[in-house]
Design a protein around this ligand. Structure first.
Ligand code: ARG
Length: 463
């Protein structure tokens, strides 16, 4: 019989019992549920609502249950709707009426959301830790290859040469923003709903500040109806996961491209590659592809919860039970993807020659040649047009800008002199982009210092 069966003459069918249950998903929150119940009981005793003896029995009983669950000795029942009922049922079986007093002044509505908030905080912390692991790999690979030049792309066409380190640091900053979003999601979850009961608060003199303190919440949710129905913290967390997955997916896509024969910029280590069951030569970037694919799942989880919440009237609605599966999935998926990407990045081999050779193609010095003319007084628009003609000439001849003679250049503009070779030199093009945040080695060295400082500051937040 369910713990709420008093006003019922018949039990639910086996099918609806299974259909309505959340136990298979919310089992995962057993630790949070026990922590919440221990805090609640302690507060009930402090307020004189239950006796000290009952509270001690409850506390010891819950500690025993925690141990049993951890050791696989807890007897989950098909009739347990959720983790809250499973634990309360077994507690009451074990300690009798003290166990039956635990739920005084509490509803599963505030209980379940309390557990979900505690869980979200833990998951956000775990994700922030994995985020730092990934960022460390990106910093290390950038530091290890400070001079490697590669083509920079726009529209996937050769645009301007950049440092490989600059390219890696661009991802580093994306994941740095993800850290801030995860941190914000942590803060969003960090508020105590317990004591709101079903929706309206209770007539017992509960001390919500006390339970907040005992459970490590930094504040109390000021409105009991909002408290039992607010799932923004899970949306915030899932949004942070989704954006981070999108960043991972973009990086994964580049890794897939760079490991093709066409690019050949990198070789993934064997431990982050797979073979083919039919083609003996194959070395596939499966795990990069998988991360790209898993992004769909995580964004789907976010969309799912947004749709669950859309149009729900206050206060608690059973629809809300759908909140946890996607949140767990999104967090778990992002976590493992960050660990996977970190390992992939730190074990891959970089091929600087392939990158440098590729950077010689595609007229990537064209902007610098136009700048050369503009710096000699020609309006930039005019300079752009002249270099456009030179590129067209190269296309016709099937050569690069650096293959043209000084006469070829002079035929387009008398401003060209011997020193045009410097503007055509790819490493010089990179070196020249000294703007703050630019790709020149000097600017990238400055950027690296900022990246390291941000890394240290974020690490300190987790310590
Ligand atoms: N298992 C439910 C959930 O996860 C908690 C119970 C909510 N309360 C209720 N009256 N059905 O949302």
């Amino acid at each position: 019989m369910a713990l709420w069966s008093g006003r019922f003459e018949e039990g639910v069918s086996e099918f609806t019992q299974r259909f309505g249950a959340s136990l298979p998903v919310d089992k995962k929150m057993y630790e949070e549920d026990i922590a919440g119940s221990r805090a609640h009981a302690k507060m009930l005793a402090a307020q004189g609502i239950i006796s000290k003896e009952d509270q001690e029995k409850i506390d010891a009983g819950l500690a025993g249950i925690k141990k049993d669950i951890e050791e696989g000795n807890f007897d989950f029942d098909i009739n347990d709707e959720d983790i809250h009922m499973a634990i309360e049922r077994v507690l009451t079986q074990r300690i009798g009426s003290a166990g039956a007093r635990l739920h005084t002044g509490r509803s599963r509505n505030d209980q379940t959301i309390t557990d979900a908030r505690l869980c979200a905080k833990e998951m956000a912390k775990g994700l922030m830790k994995a985020n730092l692991t990934l960022r460390k790999s990106l910093l290390d690979v950038a530091k290890a290859h400070p001079d490697v030049i590669m083509p920079g792309y726009t529209h996937m066409q050769h645009a301007q040469p950049v440092l490989f380190a600059h390219h890696m640091l661009a991802y580093y900053w994306m994941f740095t923003r993800d850290f801030a979003r995860l941190h914000a999601a942590y803060d969003s979850a960090d508020a105590n709903p317990l004591g709101s009961a079903a929706l309206a608060g209770t007539s017992y003199p509960l001390d919500r500040q006390m339970t907040a303190k005992l459970m490590g919440f930094s504040r109390v949710i000021p409105n009991s109806m909002d408290a039992v129905s607010d799932h923004d913290f899970q949306l915030d967390l899932q949004y942070a996961c989704s954006v981070s997955m999108i960043h991972l997916s973009r990086l994964a896509e580049e890794i897939v491209l760079w490991s093709t024969s066409e690019f050949g910029y990198i070789t993934l280590s064997d431990s982050y590659s797979t073979g083919s069951s039919i083609m003996p030569q194959k070395k596939n970037p499966d795990f990069a592809e998988l991360m790209r694919g898993k992004t769909g799942r995580v964004v789907g989880d976010l969309m799912g919860l947004l749709m669950v919440m859309k149009g729900l009237p206050l206060a608690y609605d059973k629809d809300m039970q759908e909140d946890k599966e996607g949140t767990f999935d999104a967090c778990h998926t992002l976590h493992d993807c960050m660990i996977c990407m970190s390992g992939m990045i730190s074990t891959m081999t970089i091929h600087p020659d392939a990158m440098a050779n590729s950077a010689q193609k595609g007229y990537m010095a064209a902007t610098d040649v136009a700048d050369y003319l503009a710096k000699k007084g020609l309006p930039f628009r005019k300079a752009h047009e002249i270099v456009g003609h030179l590129v067209l000439e190269c296309e016709k001849r099937g050569c690069q800008l650096s293959d043209l003679s000084l006469e070829d250049f002079k035929a387009e503009s008398p401003l060209f002199e011997e020193d045009i070779t410097k503007a055509l030199d790819i490493p010089s093009c990179v070196k020249a982009r000294t703007t703050e945040g630019g790709t020149a080695p000097s600017a990238v060295a400055d950027q690296m210092k900022k990246a390291q400082a941000q890394f240290d500051a974020d690490s300190a937040q987790l310590a």
